[in-house]
Design a protein around this ligand. Sequence first.
Ligand SMILES: *Cc1c(COP(=O)(O)O)cnc(C)c1O
Length: 320
Amino acid sequence: MALSISYEDIVTAHQRIQAYIHQTPVLQSTTFNQLVGAEVFFKAENTQRMGAFKFRGACNALLQFDEHQKKKGVVTFSSGNHAQAIALAARELGMRAVIVMPQDAPQIKIDATRGYGGEVVLYDRYTEDREAIGQKLAQEQGLTLIPPYDHPHVMAGQGTCVKELIEEVGSLDYLIVPLGGGGLLSGAALAAKTLVPRCTVLGVEPEAGNDGQRSFESGSIVHIDTPKTIADGAQTQHLGQYTFPVIQTYVDAIHTVSDAELVAAMRFCASRMKTVVEPTGCLGIALAMQVNLNLKGKRVGILISGGNVDIQRFAQLLLA
Ligand SMILES: *Cc1c(COP(=O)(O)O)cnc(C)c1O
């Protein structure tokens, strides 16, 4: 079966979204380089608009709506960064955005989504199915559904951050990418392997929810219950029908890290790199800090995927 995206789609996506996104900085830390014995380039998507790479995919999807779709608007289901990304992108493009979120989502996430102009529809996550609600709203109100990761336009948009990274720093031996449903990893791996075919691409997910690793190793998509981890951006239950084949084709391995390792990485980012990273955004850094991953003498790209963490919670985690 042909893959749902090609590198050409990432190039076109980049041109399409360029005027809307930030070209995020690439950070370096001598201390980190000494720690892991490598030359590491951190792509700081925690400083992207709305605080995560998700704005890239959301923009790329919404900018391809036709006139009728634009007039009606967009609907999505997400309690996290994708909700805010869709709400902000829709506002920029003068569109209506309806976001289906769980009743018990953190108030600050609901507020942030409303703050970007999103219309929030709450549901009960224990008795109702968010995808069904999203589909029903789409049908009844003529809205277009854009899911958080399993959509070719979303995947191509996310891949643009790696195109930017490699165009700026040049060739890489390794690229390390946080993994939830695989929108980011699929686009990132395709971009990396096209620009630097010998680059080793690693996905990283929380230990508590290693469905991606199990899917990758078994060759079919594994479904799990919502994992208990502080990496709330990677609490997905399964990879997607579009993301999985791209990951199988271009990714070399999938690793896991513990919540304790994520906290250590958050602490490093705050104290040594002066940057606030949410737990999920630390997956790549935490993996690079594992002693058994030998990066000695290599050029390594690491995606810092997001920075949206409630400041109270951030302090709690760092002090624990
Ligand atoms: C969504 C998200 C991820 C995971 O992205 P997928 O495309 O679902 O794999 C990683 N980090 C952050 C900060 C996110 O918001």
